[in-house]
Design a protein around this ligand. Structure first.
Ligand code: ATP
Length: 458
């Protein structure tokens, strides 16, 4: 573990870069912010969309057994009673008797003394993290609703709708990407712990009578998703394999609905922390909802002519934690060879997630002949890549070329293309500059297009 000041420095630099370059801003910043909320700027939203698109492609589009849904954020309050959230979705809270600050008791090393002022801490209370609201003009018990604290329940309450409309055979899954809200006691670490967040979740239903070792058993499905989660992290996001660790939750620490859970932890600058979770939720949720709603949520198996409640495997991913893992993993500082010069800072994004994939420049901005040619190269690349579904080509003629390289490095653009006088006078093609090595190469526009297609195809 790095020293505290070192960690703070790295995080400060990343937060500052994210703001300076238009990735992530503090929520409601001009009013002093709102704790636990962040707004995504132009490059942040593109990075987030690229991540969500890769996830949807891998887990929904490329499969035959997955059905996407998009459920409402506001749900009938009985959903949250049946799921156990009204009674139990809480964290232990303690308040300092002296300074009145509040802390999550399970995050404190010393449960008696305030970490801020040293005052005495009061008794531990359970604090429910759901945001409560009322639906409609009446504010009474019946109109209570909650902003969903997870997307998962949207899948369980739509299990029957999908079964009745598309008639999938087991095993099959429902997948959803959407917002969730948690009134966290102590939001912290930039976009790691938020009060408004986005999740990408799957509820995958299996036949519980299939024995371990056979295809379709919960054990084999659990292992399948375990590998898929690693593949997503390594092949789609391009994160360093060595920074991802599995944590098998001990039987005594499992949530009441789970028979097995693995947390996927990531080496963030501030420590090894949960990135994703994979849980075997048994038939807990479908049974609870079936009992509470009086609607049968079971499955009729044609082959064995038997009826049962499917069991469920849940891979769960946080979008912002993914963004943070990608940002912190990508952040690089390269010392300059020249004395007194600032280090080169660049984001080593995998081309698949990079918000800008190619930037095209004229060497000088006030030479119309260069600008015109650069615009032409830009249009060609944009059209050729757009035809195979790759976007993120930028034209940049701001400031001088050094400044443009610095900006594109900090945005994490893998390829910069420059049109210079030789391009026009000698028909010598363009130069391509590689972000990670800062080296350049000259090539024809047709070779460039080929190279970009090879390197950027998803
Ligand atoms: P933690 O222990 O960190 O509070 P959790 O175990 O409660 O997380 P889950 O309920 O399993 O988290 O949620 C699934 C995923 O949603 C997490 O793995 C994480 O990626 C994301 N997530 C959960 N809470 C937050 C939050 N407050 N801010 C950002 N992402 C979150």
């Amino acid at each position: 573990m790095k020293k505290n000041t070192e960690v703070e420095n790295v995080m400060e630099k990343i937060v500052s870069l994210a703001k300076r370059r238009g990735f992530i801003f503090q929520g409601s910043e001009i009013y002093g912010g709102l704790a636990g909320t962040y707004d995504f700027g132009p490059f942040g939203v593109t990075l987030k969309n690229n991540i969500k698109r890769l996830w949807w492609k891998r887990f929904v589009e490329e499969r035959e057994d997955m059905y996407g849904i998009d459920a409402a954020i506001l749900m009938n309050q009985n959903v949250w009673k049946a799921s156990g959230h009204v009674a139990g979705f809480s964290d232990p809270l303690v308040e300092c008797k002296k300074c009145k600050r509040r802390f999550r008791a399970d995050h404190l090393e010393d449960k008696k003394k305030c970490p801020e002022c040293g005052g005495e801490l009061g008794p531990e209370k359970q604090f429910n993290m759901m945001f409560k609201t009322n639906v409609g003009a009446q504010e009474d018990e019946d109109s209570i609703s909650y902003l969903r604290p997870e997307t998962a329940q949207g899948m369980f309450v739509n299990y029957k709708n999908v079964l009745d409309s598309l008639h999938p055979k087991l095993p099959f899954g429902l997948a959803q990407i959407g917002k969730a809200f948690r009134n966290e006691i102590a939001p912290r670490d930039f976009v790691f712990r938020l009060r408004e967040l986005e999740q990408m979740e799957i509820e995958y239903f299996v036949n519980p009578t299939i024995e371990a070792g056979k295809e379709g058993s919960w054990q084999s499905v659990f292992d399948h998703f375990r590998l898929q989660m690693h593949d997503f992290v390594e092949k789609d996001l391009g994160l360093a394999k060595t920074k991802v660790h599995e944590l098998e939750i001990a039987p005594g620490d499992l949530a009441h609905y789970s028979k097995r859970t693995i947390d996927f932890e990531f080496d963030f600058p501030f420590g090894k922390k949960e990135l994703y979770g994979l849980a075997y939720r048994t038939d807990f949720d479908l049974k609870q909802h079936s009992q509470a709603s009086n609607v049968a949520l079971d499955y009729f198996d044609e082959e064995s002519k038997s009826r049962f409640t499917p069991h469920c495997i849940e891979p769960s991913f946080g979008v912002e934690r993914t963004v943070l893992a990608v940002l912190t993993d990508a952040y690089q500082e390269e010392a300059s060879e020249k004395e007194g010069e600032e280090p080169r800072v660049y984001l080593k994004f995998s081309p698949k997630v990079a918000p800008v994939k190619v930037a095209v420049f004229p060497l000088l901005k006030n030479k119309p002949i260069l600008v015109e040619k650069a615009r032409e190269v830009y249009a060609t690349i944009k059209k050729e890549l757009g035809a195979i579904g790759i976007y993120g080509v930028e034209f940049d003629d701001n400031g001088n070329i050094g400044k443009r390289y610095r900006r594109q490095d900090e945005i994490g653009t893998p390829f910069c293309i420059t049109v210079d006088f030789e391009t026009i006078e000698k028909d010598a093609g363009i130069t391509i500059r590689y972000r990670d090595t800062a080296t350049q190469e000259r090539m024809s526009v047709s070779d460039l297009v080929k190279k970009l297609k090879e390197n950027l195809a998803v």
